[in-house]
Design a protein around this ligand. Sequence first.
Ligand SMILES: Nc1nc2c(c(=O)[nH]1)N[C@H]1C(S)=C(S)[C@@H](COP(=O)(O)OP(=O)(O)OC[C@H]3O[C@@H](n4cnc5c(=O)[nH]c(N)nc54)[C@H](O)[C@@H]3O)O[C@H]1N2
Ligand SMILES: Nc1nc2c(c(=O)[nH]1)N[C@H]1C(S)=C(S)[C@@H](COP(=O)(O)OP(=O)(O)OC[C@H]3O[C@@H](n4cnc5c(=O)[nH]c(N)nc54)[C@H](O)[C@@H]3O)O[C@H]1N2
Ligand code: SF4
Ligand SMILES: [Mo]
Length: 918
Amino acid sequence: MTKTIQTTCPYCGVGCGISAKVDDVHHRLKIGGDTSHPANFGRLCSKGSALGETVELKGRLLQPKVYGRETSWTEALDLVADSFIRAIEKYGADAVAIYGSGQLLTEDYYVANKLMKGFIGSGNMDTNSRLCMSSSVAGHKRAFGSDTVPGCYEDFEQADMIVLIGSNAAWCHPVSFQRIRAAKEANPALKIVVIDPRRTASCDIADLHLPLASGSDAALFNGLLHFLSEQNALDSAYIKAHTEGFAEALDVAGIDSEQLADFCGLDKDDLQRFYDWFAGHKKVMSLYSQGINQSASGTDKVNAIINCHLATGSIGKPGCGPFSLTGQPNAMGGREVGGLSNQLAAHMDFSNADDIDRVARFWNTANIAKQPGYPAVELFDAIYDGKIKAVWIMGTNPVVSLPNANKVKLALQRCEFVAVSDCINDTDTTALAHVLLPAQGWSEKDGMVTNSERRISRQRALFKPAGSAKPDWWIVTQVARRMGFEQAFHYQSPVEIFREHAALSGFENNGQRDFDISAFADITRHDYDRLQPIQWPVNQAYPQGRSRMFEDGRFYTESGKARFIAVTPRPPVNPPDQAYPLILNTGRLRDQWHTMTRTAIAAQLNQHKPEPFVEVHPADAHYLNSRPQQLADRPHLAIIESRWGSMIARVQITDSQQQGSLFVPMHWTEQYASRGRMGALVNAVVDPISKQPESKHTPVRIKAYQPAWQGFILSRRELSISDPDYWVKMKGEQVYRYELAGMTLPENWQAWAQQNLCDSAGGTAQWQEYQDSARGNYRAARIVNNRLESVVFIAAESALPATAWMQDDCMDAGGRATQGAVAEVEQRREQLPERNWLLSLFAKTELEIAERMALLTGKPPLGVADVGTIVCACFNVGELTIQQAIREKGLKTHQEVGRCLKAGTNCGSCVPEIKALL
Ligand SMILES: Nc1nc2c(c(=O)[nH]1)N[C@H]1C(S)=C(S)[C@@H](COP(=O)(O)OP(=O)(O)OC[C@H]3O[C@@H](n4cnc5c(=O)[nH]c(N)nc54)[C@H](O)[C@@H]3O)O[C@H]1N2
Ligand SMILES: Nc1nc2c(c(=O)[nH]1)N[C@H]1C(S)=C(S)[C@@H](COP(=O)(O)OP(=O)(O)OC[C@H]3O[C@@H](n4cnc5c(=O)[nH]c(N)nc54)[C@H](O)[C@@H]3O)O[C@H]1N2
Ligand code: SF4
Ligand SMILES: [Mo]
């Protein structure tokens, strides 16, 4: 029995609609794009398409836990409520905190915020949106008097120029990116500019890429404002009628153009071309994301961009405007309910006494918080310092995602009481909880989310709840009732919460606040369940929603005029220095979502990038005692260190990176890698206005990691491998892959392999083995009933002990290994085979003779093709297959590759990689 349910994707802020065919009996889903949803019209990216693979129950948190022991909801909820009450009685309301997430549904978020700010009476409810959108929020509020995204996705087709600033939309907002690509294909005159220190996959459709110096965006847009004025490209009538503060902003924007190009690290002609294009096109959109927000001058960067749109009047009209691409599926919903610690509710905040009074009357509470609480970084500092005694974390993984994450870990270890609500059992944060509260996951929950273009969509439950898991709103209200707030938290279902939220948005609003969905204040359950996607505001004036804001040139400031902000560019807080000469940039990969708790369950999504890596410019290869070619031929491991922490990652040499800076993905955690948690390195400096951390700029150094051996294990069973110094775990199709390295050689590889690979019922297994004890190399395969169970490949790095590197004759005066020493080690190293062919053998129920014979070479028998690293995750097409087809069939375009192999024809995210192969 299957039924089809319309819902939304739980990943990025594009907010795609999904049509899910649900097979309850086998707990299976068939995922398709919802063709009627205006965010995607049926398209999905690789992550959305793979959702069906993520709903398995293995690894889920299914029962409440107290101090590691499974227990009843009653005991767990009592303990949370009691711990909060005790902390408040003893130390006051500000001794407790909630740290939430843009991945909670609007109803969940609303009650958590109401509990903390309305009834506990502290401002200490903050959210991971602090790490994500808070600079945009602050920038919007300064310019517009409200946190409003002016435009909508339809503008993509109407624009004649689109600028992507600090956004790798090709990987992070793939469906929007594909829409922009299609717009450009339909209208080749559409200009695309990418402003990003790295050459990213988004540059694939760009007419111009400006690889600016990290953090120099505000200067670049100040320069643009100045240029627009010089060229008489301003819309003076608009400036006069609808804005204020222009003269002051222009006054500080001027800087000599030579100097400017130099400061931004850009070619002067490229910069000039961008300025000319901006001045020469009427309908310009500026799409920006974390390269702008995650900066100690993020708010200023946002305003420097908005200034240029106000100056040209390119806002509130079709095809133009500044457009903040939101990250999380409900980052917008979180801002609506007031989830940031400086916000109160429904776009009201603590800066206004009338707002506080209004919300208090609406909530009917005498105990409302009067002041903002701690923003995320300070909040965890306060936990570390013992000022906060009890914290409740919901739907976020701060031990990975906050800067200076080792301090965050220590803070939680020290904290008297830590509760965590999550749907996954083992995360770096759940590991530190005293109480674990099992939340229903995406496929079980019901409620609302709002996407980047202010569009509210319904997320619908597909399955019955797993185990004892409960919706987040239920968990929060149960604790609230136990704390004595029964009256205010009496809800029986999410629709009741949504109605209240809608009513509050319209309460004494009178057109004063942009966020008004009062048309839903009395929504029936029937209509709530059937709600079709709609853009707020939804009120008397706009009963069908509103796609574009500020069309009338009226803003939500006191004067009704938009504000120019005079921006004085500031460099990133911590510059590189002699000890830490490189800049660490961090960000996202195409197929993983944040801390991988859900995407790493889907084998498909792990193939694109199976291991934590660091991108290094060829000219920086010398830090690794290597020549670029050596590293390209054979990727080494490197240790990256900052003043705050360190990590190990596989080196990838690429000139898409600038000299002097490194890039690492943000995704790996202690669940999937021994030393891949990048948050430990990141400096915890924040923007003074938005309090958003500067996650894209930390001074670091890098050096070669010199293990005694490296190797890998592929195994049908999940293993726990005894103590290698470096390990990375990855789930594949019917196989777990472990990349390994160690500082000491075990006495006996054979014994080591037996110990790690055998299960208790290992009696009938056959072994193939190869050992070169003189060199310390070892290979083995374990076969049961002619089916491959596991393989292990170990290569000793050299016959020299690792410490040989420390000996004088191997080092030059600068402490680096001499070329001679490098060459010697290189020569002694044994090459490990590529993993693809071996991985493919796990899909087989029986091995063929030729395969058994070839096993320990790790290479396919003669005449069998290796597919190479998977490029197209949707259709499982490998790099070598594509290369071969290009060669043999003479394919010239990615469309031809698509017709031949299907690669790149579903979500399109791999098109840049296919083009690179062409
Ligand atoms: N696949 C995938 N998609 C996602 C997510 C995910 O985890 N995985 N997460 C979602 C979330 S929550 C978010 S917030 C978005 C983030 O989406 P994006 O912001 O597009 O993603 P990032 O990779 O964090 O950073 C974007 C770019 O900023 C650049 N950058 C670094 N420093 C600077 C600078 O000083 N100036 C400029 N102009 N650029 C700079 C980086 O090189 C990087 O390419 O993605 C969403 N979508
Ligand atoms: N250095 C660096 N740091 C960064 C960034 C960066 O670019 N660089 N990006 C920042 C940004 S923009 C963001 S948004 C953050 C993201 O960082 P996090 O929010 O820490 O990452 P997630 O993995 O999304 O964590 C979500 C958690 O919620 C759980 N979960 C999923 N659904 C539910 C649910 O319905 N209920 C509950 N209770 N739990 C659920 C998941 O299992 C997971 O443990 O990282 C930030 N940190
Ligand atoms: S673009 Fe991909 S991750 Fe984002 S909402 Fe759509 S399907 Fe989900
Ligand atoms: Mo984000």
